[in-house]
Design a binder for this molecule. Structure first.
Ligand SMILES: *Cc1c(COP(=O)(O)O)cnc(C)c1O
Length: 386
């Protein structure tokens, strides 16, 4: 695309003929709900992570987070600790279960949950820590696992941005947490339209999540229609949910997963070019992964530094006038009316997230973006920050 005025969206899914063919095959197969495509997708996802884990496909990461918290036994009166700089889905699922969210501040460099703030927020009701690998950079998992071990807490990772991310050389999904939950929402590092994957090492948790994913039924529909025991017979063992992924979505996901290594390479190229060419501007560029670790580069989030003579809103406006879409990740949850009012949260208790929020903006970084498009983003930023 060499059109120098065409709108560059903040994100655009990278969907080609192979995805279209796979979806068409699923549609023609006569089995559109959870079935062979979904089973294969789960196997291939677990294999991508290196095996030895169970992958459970769901129709959103939000559903996966809900299943994971239910499976570890989060219930009324319990508390979970999460960063304020996240999407509401991370913690809304605690409310589904009658539990409460304790929102804490983030680290000034990484914008990930601050382990010291986690430790300070622990009460006798705390059940779990919910780290979010912000933008695709791993949280300080060694510190969080240490806190969890000392206080007898579970860890459920919101890995919506973290495909693929490593921490201490280990892929997110293989770390010793109760579960890690990936998102395949339209703008994530791979997509199924809507969808997610819960990954766990724990067979008992996996068994519970599989049952709760489909109405609390002890056999899924595919099993019922393919096994030798009578197809009509099933048992309801709990009041479960309706969180299964369709084979239409899984067929799309299988192709995206096969393309993930190429996606990763392109994201890394784009991020490296931003890191290089946005130097010398009044910007704090996003933190990079420690040596030996991988950043998923789901997001690229610069922050204006003190030397900038424009505000964040002015930068967003200038980029918009140059035909460039941006976003802000995130309006911190302590500012959202529901969370603020429910817990009486005050901005002054979240100085790091507050300062970051005032100065941050997310610029386009998606695999279908051309080098010319990225050059336009860089030029527009240079022009407005000059
Ligand atoms: C996208 C996102 C989610 C929710 O994912 P869905 O698949 O849309 O449910 C959860 N947490 C974070 C941090 C996200 O960015």
């Amino acid at each position: 695309m060499s059109d120098s005025t065409a709108f560059i969206p903040f994100a655009r899914p990278d969907i080609g003929q192979a995805e279209i063919d796979a979806v068409a095959r699923a549609l023609r197969s006569g089995w559109v709900t959870t079935g062979p495509e979904t089973h294969a997708f789960e196997q291939e996802f677990a294999a991508y992570l290196g095996g030895g884990v169970q992958a459970i496909a769901v129709n959103s990461a939000t559903a996966g987070l809900h299943l994971a918290l239910e499976a570890i036994g989060v219930g009324p009166g319990d508390e979970v600790i999460a960063p304020t700089l996240t999407f509401t889905a991370t913690v809304e699922v605690a409310r589904y279960l009658g539990a409460d969210a304790r929102l804490v501040d983030v680290h000034p460099v990484t914008l990930n949950i601050d382990p010291a703030a986690v430790e300070a927020a622990i009460t006798p009701r705390t059940k779990a820590i919910l780290p979010v690998h912000y933008g695709g950079l791993a949280c300080d998992m060694a510190a969080l696992f240490d806190i969890a071990r000392r206080h007898g807490l579970q860890v459920v990772e919101d890995a919506a941005h973290a495909l693929p991310t490593t921490s201490g050389g280990t892929l997110v999904g293989r770390l010793p947490s109760a579960a890690a939950v990936f998102s395949f929402y339209a703008n994530k590092t791979m997509t199924t339209g809507e969808g997610g994957m819960v990954v766990t090492h724990d067979d008992a948790l996996a068994a519970r999540m599989k049952v709760m994913r489909l109405h609390g039924i002890s056999r899924d529909a595919f099993d019922r229609f393919t096994s030798r025991t009578p197809a009509w017979y099933y048992e309801v063992v709990a009041p479960g949910f309706k969180y299964n992924l369709t084979d239409i979505a899984a067929a799309l996901g299988r192709v995206q997963l096969a393309r993930l290594p190429a996606f990763v390479q392109r994201r890394h190229q784009l991020a490296a070019r931003y890191l290089e060419q946005l130097q010398g501007l009044p910007l704090a560029l996003p933190a990079q992964a420690p040596a030996g670790d991988a950043h998923a580069w789901h997001l690229f989030v610069p922050r204006l530094s003190d030397a900038a003579r424009v505000t964040r809103d002015e930068v967003v406006q200038a980029l918009s006038e140059a035909g460039i879409g941006t976003s802000v990740h995130f309006v911190p949850l302590h500012r959202q009316p529901y969370w603020r009012d429910r817990y009486g949260l005050r901005a002054e208790d979240y100085p790091v997230a507050e300062a970051a929020y005032q100065r941050m903006f997310s610029i386009p970084l998606f695999t279908a973006m051309s080098d010319e498009e990225q050059a336009r983003v860089i030029a527009a930023l240079r022009a407005c920050l000059r």
